[in-house]
Design a binder for this molecule. Structure first.
Ligand SMILES: [Fe+2]
Ligand SMILES: [Fe+2]
Length: 199
């Protein structure tokens, strides 16, 4: 069985790839290199599905349900950071929904939506980068330090059920396909550059 820590780190790597693609969209829209009518909406709908169905439905809830309670039980040192992370998980869903609304409005050619999409994307990127930094640099090292093999057993079990779509040992076909589509459609250097029109 792969350890939950290894799985979480791999899932963060996948999320970083997706964030990198979104960051490229911000840069292209902001500089005017990419017009809203030339955006690859298929690619970004796949990204939104990945975020909704994998990150918000599997990754974050498993942290909330298994890792965080185990840490809270073991040390009060974790209290503040875990409360903050739980709050960020909730806000992450709201950020995604806001992004989807503006994205759809931009696709429907409503005026002023490019700026709204840029703003929502920037908020999303900043929040998730900060979130992963807290988990990677504070929570995971703390968990490695204080949790015993017995504490890890149910956490490992839970995370092995949502193996990462790209790097996991037992990838779930749906998410693997979604992420391979995202990386294929994404502009170079992430993908094969097949997805961005007008470049
Ligand atoms: Fe998280
Ligand atoms: Fe995480």
């Amino acid at each position: 069985m792969t350890s939950a820590l290894t799985i979480m780190k791999r899932e963060h790597l996948s999320l970083n790839t997706v964030l990198h693609v979104l960051n490229q969209l911000v840069l292209d829209l902001e500089s005017g290199r990419l017009r809203s009518e030339d955006v690859d909406y298929e690619l970004f709908e796949k990204i939104m599905s990945y975020i909704e169905e994998f990150l918000d439905t599997m990754h974050h809830p498993k942290e909330d349900k298994y890792l965080f309670p185990a840490l809270l039980k073991k040390t009060s040192e974790a209290n503040d950071v875990i409360m903050e992370l739980q709050e960020q998980h909730k806000k992450g869903v709201e950020h995604r929904q806001k992004l989807e609304v503006h994205f759809q409005a931009m696709k429907d050619k409503h005026p002023g939506q490019v700026e709204k999409v840029i703003e929502a994307l920037k908020d999303y990127l900043q929040a998730h980068r900060e979130h992963m930094k807290l988990e990677d640099n504070i929570v995971m090292p703390m968990a490695e330090r204080v949790l015993t093999a017995e504490d890890w057993a149910p956490i490992d079990e839970a995370f092995n059920q949502n193996q990462d779509p790209v790097f996991g040992d037992v990838p779930k076909n749906k998410f693997r396909k979604l992420l391979s589509d995202i990386t294929f459609l994404a502009p170079a250097p992430i993908g094969l550059g097949g997805g961005r029109k007008g470049s």
